[in-house]
Design a protein around this ligand. Structure first.
Ligand code: SF4
Length: 451
């Protein structure tokens, strides 16, 4: 049975998700209070991302020029293979045996940890949620809160099993255990890898926002810092950060502003006391220009990965992050994955939506997510990717809907049989369709005659 079907009936899973999303829902309204004009702020953010994506080439080149002047090396990677090859070469040069990594979805996208393991390099996740997931051998469950589906009891059990800690430790004790282990890894690692929340074009910097300080340690302690970032993360100016940082923290976690906000503009400069000796920035395409060339889908590149649409989605809340079997789950994942990884294999994701529009409503950069899902469905149909049975069934449905005489043919019992047999998939998880004994057309004729 599909993972989604199993998860949808897993009440314990639903309890944990509802608990955690409930906490998120309780704090987000508090965070929103800091915006005197929230709708206008969201619109402004959308406009700034529009500006960045419409002139993506120029802003990326401006970024490259600036950060290169300060000694960083920029590597352009067309796909995951090129990105991994570049990282592999740097690791070889630096004779790297241990690498620390801060939370980054883009490194999940290119499966960096698997690649490093094949090279015999230990890659340690340093974000607590990611560390928990790594210990459990699972990918992140959610783009902001990777271990959202685990309770504190689950984590205590996991630590006891994998690290031999006493059972039933409290969250504070568990954090201390992780901290002790991770501190040693920071000092041993030759390389630190981070993602970036924003590429800031005018100053040539990468902006990272986080609550634990692990990204700072990952890029400040090891001698070499590698940033892996999707090309769409660019914003035009450092003056945009006072808009994007609070928006991301409020919609991501309900905070007014995240605890640590760093703007890194290169490796350690002459006279500076800390920071890496070398810094590499890998600008990753990996299908993003496919989205860019489509003038409607292009706005999906405005995403700042806050996770709000996941938390708002009734489907996500039922089936959970792992059922999607993709790096990016929830509404934004459903929009972009068929284009990043192929419509043939991932078109079904766009159908896993009630089209309620809640995702669009909550998005801080006002991406028309539910409409883009409809566009994906449309594309799947016009490019002939829907099944023959589906096409025939909808043709029959359309024909019947357009011809009154056909709608009036047969009685309710017969219609029930036809519809519930032909549209079998519909009734797998739903009640069967039940036609009224009298059609509206028949009812109308009867009542019109009476009046
Ligand atoms: S699509 Fe919007 S709501 Fe969803 S993660 Fe991206 S920015 Fe957040």
């Amino acid at each position: 049975m599909a993972k989604s079907s199993i998860r949808a009936t897993d009440l314990e899973h639903r309890r944990k998700i509802n608990f955690n999303i409930g906490k998120y829902n309780a704090v987000v309204p508090q965070g929103k209070k800091q915006f005197a004009f929230l709708e206008e702020s969201k619109m402004l953010a959308k406009n700034r991302k529009w500006e960045a994506i419409e002139h993506l080439d120029q802003y990326l080149l401006a970024f490259e020029q600036k950060i290169t002047q300060r000694g960083a090396k920029v590597i352009w990677a067309n796909d995951a293979t090129e990105a991994l090859e570049a990282i592999g070469n740097i690791c070889k040069q630096k004779k790297c045996t241990t690498l620390v990594k801060s939370k980054s979805m883009v490194t999940e996208e290119i499966h960096l940890n698997d690649f490093l393991a094949e090279q015999g390099i230990e890659s340690v996740e340093t974000d607590l949620g990611e560390y928990i997931q790594q210990l459990d051998g699972e990918p992140p469950y959610h783009i902001v809160t990777p271990a959202m589906h685990k309770s504190k009891e689950d984590v205590a059990k996991l630590f006891a099993e994998k690290l031999g800690t006493p059972a039933h430790l409290s969250p504070e004790e568990l954090t201390l255990v992780a901290r002790k282990i991770l501190r040693e890894k920071y000092t041993a690692a030759e390389i630190g890898v981070t993602g970036a929340n924003f590429i800031v074009a005018d100053v040539g910097g990468i902006a990272i926002t986080e609550n634990e300080g692990n990204a700072r340690l990952s890029c400040a302690w090891p001698a070499t810092h590698i940033v892996v970032v999707g090309i769409e993360k660019v914003i035009p100016s450092v003056k945009d950060l006072p808009l994007f940082w609070p928006l991301l923290s409020t919609f991501g976690t309900g905070q007014q502003v995240t605890v640590y906000n760093s703007l890194i503009t290169g490796p350690r400069q002459k006279g500076e006391t800390d920071g890496p000796e070398e810094m590499y920035v890998i600008l990753l395409d990996n299908g993003r220009t496919e989205l860019l060339k489509d003038t409607r889908l292009r706005e999906s590149l405005y995403c700042i990965r806050c996770g709000a649409c996941l938390n708002a989605c009734p489907v996500y809340k039922n089936i959970g992050g792992h059922s999607y079997e993709t790096t990016y789950s929830g509404p934004i994942g459903k929009v972009i994955t068929p284009h990043l990884r192929g419509m043939d294999e991932y078109k079904h994701l766009s159908y896993a939506s009630s089209l309620c529009g809640n995702c669009t409503e909550v998005c801080p950069v006002k991406i028309n997510l539910h409409e883009l899902l409809l566009d994906n469905r449309h594309e799947a149909v016009v490019s002939g990717k829907s099944s023959l049975t589906e096409r025939v069934a909808w043709k029959m449905w359309k024909m019947a809907s357009l011809h009154r005489a056909m709608m009036n043919m047969g009685n309710a019992k017969m219609k029930n049989w036809v519809v519930n047999t032909v549209f079998k998939g519909w009734t797998t998880h739903r009640a069967e369709l039940d036609f009224a004994p009298q059609t509206f057309n028949e009812w109308w004729k009867e009542h019109k005659q009476r009046s």
